[in-house]
Ligand binder design. Structure first.
Ligand code: PRP
Ligand code: URA
Length: 212
């Protein structure tokens, strides 16, 4: 059951199927990367449900009709490095012209505190709907800080998208940013003593990029 306001947890058989393969320690890097991308694309459809459309007049072969389209260049993607990079193509499948900003964050292994090491955003991002993507919402520290940095820069429309979340991370994120909707494919049980999500999928960055 979802007790968090403003959190959308997917309950879709296709996502469940793909997440189960993602979790499997025998799933190799190529398949892992493809699955992250596919799951992200499915999630993006749902996350854009409330995106603002503009009216346009279209002439079919038979008559003129009033239709609705996404405004040009209305979306940007901001992956939290490194693992968020794996989700960028998944959003690009739906919004191919979306510009991409990058926020580099690493978690201190001992304190689990996030540290920012890179920050670069496209011009005009303040006017766009920004999808912040990171496959793992564990303590929530990285996502909380990344979204705070975007707000400080003037971004107002933010959607947080993660593949797997821990209850601790959702709690922290929704407390810090109650105005930001969060889309997660799966809510897991808890964190272990090293801040890893259980049952989780291990280290998303390492599995995506073949490190370790
Ligand atoms: C992972 C993950 C998130 C963060 C989640 O990144 O991709 O960014 O941990 O943990 P949190 O919710 O407790 O902040 P990591 O710091 O391992 O860096 P990496 O992506 O470069 O591997
Ligand atoms: N980061 C990961 O990659 N995996 C976890 O389980 C927690 C943080």
């Amino acid at each position: 059951m979802n007790q968090y306001p403003n959190v959308f947890i997917f309950d879709h058989p296709l996502i469940k199927h793909k997440v189960s393969i993602l979790r499997d320690k025998h799933t190799g890097m190529k398949e892992f990367r493809e699955l992250i991308e596919e799951i992200t694309t499915i999630m993006t459809y749902e996350a854009m449900r409330d995106v603002h459309l503009v009216p346009v007049e279209v002439e079919t072969p038979l008559e003129k009709t009033l239709q609705f389209r996404l405004p040009e260049e209305s979306v940007a993607i901001v992956p939290i490095l490194r693992a968020g990079l794996g989700m960028v193509n998944g959003v690009h499948k739906v919004f191919p012209t979306a510009r991409v900003g990058h926020i580099g964050m690493y978690r201190d292994e001992n304190t689990l505190e996030p540290h920012e090491y890179y920050f670069k955003l496209p011009d005009g991002i303040e006017e766009k709907t920004v999808f912040v993507v990171d496959p793992m919402l564990a303590t929530g520290g990285s996502a909380v800080d990344a979204v705070a940095a975007l707000k400080k820069r003037g971004v107002r429309q933010i959607k947080m998208m993660s593949i797997i979340a821990a209850p601790e991370g959702l709690e922290a994120f929704t407390k810090a940013h109650p105005d930001v909707p969060v889309y997660v494919s799966t809510l897991d049980r808890c964190l272990n003593e090293h801040g890893y999500i259980l049952p989780g999928l291990g280290d998303a960055g390492d599995r995506l990029f073949g490190t370790k």
